[in-house]
Design a protein around this ligand. Structure first.
Ligand code: FEO
Length: 378
């Protein structure tokens, strides 16, 4: 295993927080006749990869499983040092490599789904796996050792000097967070990929982010649970309060739901790590947005959270809006339209003019009653 640890990186895609850094893994596989490199790290770490390759005299194949630059950025430098190397990739990846990295098309060999390539005494089988999470992605199965290389699939953002995922609690949490942020929108197709992988005997899973799984059932079972299982009685409560009114309503709703046996995960969006919010979405059955009214709509941070919730396509079933306003507005309608693609069942909003009074908090109790009844009645 080669590749680089990025202990200091704190943001991915200029959006996703990385509390544990990340790694860009690459793998050298030496056969009796040919040598292959799988993936080629982020461009900011390509110099490290080139130093790690210092003793490698020959690379015949450079397997590009995914063109996103954190795994392909080093390809031009690798090709410069090993001009005889052929880049192996899926048909869709070829033009992407030309477009994003200006790789010479003559250096690219397309491999079909199920195609095998011999390194001599070792054999690669390529498994096309579109939409985990780009359309061109593929996995690489090393038949003799039964190792499945998966690039982003099954990955986690962890930087560590430990190769194997033995601290299962830490890895489970990081991999779940990664799944929520990157893979959850593709649940349906991931289900198909998981079913297909049942046909393979897998002794090790080697992703290109985070640690290697020498107990592959650990991460495969976790994915099955995240993808397939019904959501549980958990309410996600992303909110903002500017002058305290919405906060009073949020606090009251939390107590009311807990009293009715419903777990609540509140996220004050002014201090929320979006990765935590995404992770909670994996299992949540309902979402209640809490927002003050800014001009005529929701607070911009709530708009952003609603957009993210819709983009990640979680298993949510029910939704509501609570909040406050000074003289009017359409905050609930705006939030509903932002999340329309999820086809949620909405409970009537509770919007309060000014600071909530006793009767307003009774309306919150009613909302809690209705929501708890719907969730438990599933
Ligand atoms: Fe780790 Fe989709 O790149």
């Amino acid at each position: 295993m080669l590749g680089t640890q990025d202990f200091d990186r704190r943001l991915f895609d200029e959006l996703i927080p990385l509390p544990d850094g990340t790694s860009y893994n690459a793998y050298i596989v030496k056969g009796s006749e040919k040598v292959a490199l799988i993936d080629a790290v982020d461009p900011v770490k390509s110099g490290v990869l080139m130093r790690q390759l210092a003793s490698v005299k020959q690379i015949d194949y450079l397997v590009c499983q995914h063109v996103e630059q954190d795994h392909s950025g080093g390809i031009p430098q690798v090709l410069e040092r090993y001009p005889q190397a052929q880049v192996l990739c899926s048909p869709k990846a070829k033009q992407m490599l030309v477009d994003h990295l200006h790789v010479d098309p003559e250096k690219i060999t397309v491999v079909e789904d199920g195609e095998t390539i011999s390194l001599g005494d070792r054999t690669f089988e390529f498994i096309h796996a579109p939409w985990v999470h780009w359309p061109e992605t593929m996995l690489t199965y090393l038949q003799e050792e039964k190792i499945l290389f998966t690039c982003d699939f099954f990955g986690s953002h962890i930087a560590s000097t430990q190769i194997y995922a033995h601290n299962k609690g830490r890895v489970y949490d990081a991999a779940k967070r990664y799944y929520a942020e990157i893979m959850m929108p593709f649940r349906t197709i991931i289900t198909k990929h998981l079913a297909r992988l049942e046909n393979y005997e897998i002794e090790m899973i080697a992703p290109s982010h985070g640690q290697v799984y020498d107990d592959p059932s650990f991460i495969i079972d976790a994915y099955r649970h995240w993808v397939l299982d019904e959501p549980r009685d958990l309410v996600l409560l992303p909110y903002v309060s500017m002058h305290g009114s919405t906060q009073v309503m949020v606090d009251h709703l939390i107590t009311a739901l807990v009293d009715r046996g419903i777990e609540v995960a509140p996220f004050n969006l002014t201090v929320t790590d979006l990765g935590k919010l995404s992770e909670a979405l994996v299992e949540a059955k309902a979402v209640v947005f809490g927002t003050p009214t800014v001009l005529v709509g929701p607070h911009p941070s709530v708009v952003s959270a609603a957009y993210l919730v819709a983009a990640l396509r979680p298993k949510l079933k029910y939704a509501a809006v609570i909040g406050s306003y000074g003289w009017g507005g359409k905050a609930p309608e705006t939030i509903k339209s932002l999340t329309a693609s999820l086809k949620l069942q909405w409970i009537d909003p509770v919007m309060v003019k000014g600071s909530p009074r006793k009767e307003d908090l009774s309306r919150i109790d009613n909302l809690a009653n209705e929501l708890a009844g719907m969730m438990k009645g599933d």
